[in-house]
Ligand binder design. Structure first.
Ligand SMILES: Nc1nc2c(ncn2[C@@H]2O[C@H](COP(=O)(O)OP(=O)(O)OP(=O)(O)O)[C@@H](O)[C@H]2O)c(=O)[nH]1
Ligand SMILES: [Mg+2]
Ligand SMILES: [Zn+2]
Ligand SMILES: [Zn+2]
Length: 286
């Protein structure tokens, strides 16, 4: 069940996994919280169920985050309404980055079309079909990560289910949520769906190649986004024409370099600690 919209969860399917619950990674499963479809559920009970679902999700997200940090993988969670251009942007990004270490997790209710579009670029991709579910959660993403061959110091991009509401509440273990707003959707989406724009660190304003044909007020859209999230970074771009892509690639390269440096520091710190312990042991033995 989704804590935001209360929709049901159908059969989740993860490509490569023999069944949804074949476990190749080492997390424990808490018993699933009771679902709230029963009529007559009290508001207090509903709040409790929501807290349980989010707490369980946060535990899986922390496990994903730990694993990503150990590998120095920079992970982004791409969120938007359907059709804003997430997959087009991913394909263009992979082409322009010109480096093999990019992996993608695709989330949709049905079909593996987006994962196939990604694989056509040469990058590895795993499709998650959420069935009736309206968002990815950290548990599904943990399983998909286990199916991917994540290289050290690489980039993982997660395309969430097209939905401007529910994915805002679910941490997947990513470094940042990136919200994509296309100029055909109207300027006012940030104030109509503020949770998503508040949760994101970066807004990509996509399809700017269409601006000459529209009456779209870019400054108003950015103003609305900053009204709900004053710190949000904004990049205007077009996945079709390639305009603005250099700034987005710089954001990705900076993030990858930071995570790589953090991993190297951890490795160097561990090596120094081992060396100190070895020296202490030798001193004791002497
Ligand atoms: N003109 C223009 N069209 C774009 C741009 N980016 C994507 N599109 C078009 O927008 C439509 C939707 O693009 P997708 O990449 O499938 O969008 P999506 O967000 O992945 O869609 P879902 O996965 O279904 O939510 C396609 O027809 C794309 O060709 C762009 O920058 N400019
Ligand atoms: Mg897509
Ligand atoms: Zn929902
Ligand atoms: Zn599991």
């Amino acid at each position: 069940m989704c804590v935001t919209c209360g929709c049901g969860e159908g059969d989740v399917r993860i490509e490569g996994a023999t069944a949804h619950h074949d476990h190749v990674h080492d997390h424990e499963h808490d018993p699933a919280p009771a679902h709230s479809h029963a009529p007559g559920i009290t508001p207090g009970r509903r709040v409790q169920i929501e807290q349980d679902i989010l707490a369980q999700n946060n535990a899986y997200a922390q496990a994903n985050r730990r694993l990503l940090a150990e590998r120095g993988v920079f992970a982004l969670n791409l969120v938007s309404s359907p059709g804003s251009g997430k997959t087009s942007l991913l394909c263009k990004t992979i082409d322009l980055l010109k480096q093999p270490a990019v992996a993608v997790i695709e989330g949709d209710q049905q079909t593996s079309q987006d994962a196939e579009r990604i694989r056509a670029t040469g990058a590895q991709a795993i499709q998650i079909n959420t069935g009736k579910g309206c968002h990815l959660d950290a548990h599904m993403v943990g399983h998909a990560m286990a199916q991917l061959k994540l290289a050290d110091d690489s980039l993982l991009m997660i395309e969430n289910v097209g939905n401007l509401v529910c994915p805002a509440a679910f941490d997947l273990g990513e470094a940042h949520k990136v919200v994509i707003l296309s100029v055909t959707e109207g300027e006012d989406k940030p104030i109509k769906y503020p949770d998503m724009f508040r949760a994101a660190s970066l807004m990509l304003l996509n399809k700017i190649d269409l601006l000459p044909y529209l009456t779209y007020d870019v400054d108003a859209a950015i103003g609305y986004a900053r009204r709900v999230n004053p710190g949000i970074q904004v990049i205007q771009l077009s996945a079709t024409s390639g305009a603005g892509m250099a700034e987005w690639l710089a954001f990705l390269r900076d993030g990858m370099a930071r995570d790589q440096a953090a991993r190297q520091q951890t490795v160097a710190g561990l090596q120094a600690r081992i060396a100190r312990l070895e020296a202490q042991l030798q001193a004791r033995a002497a």
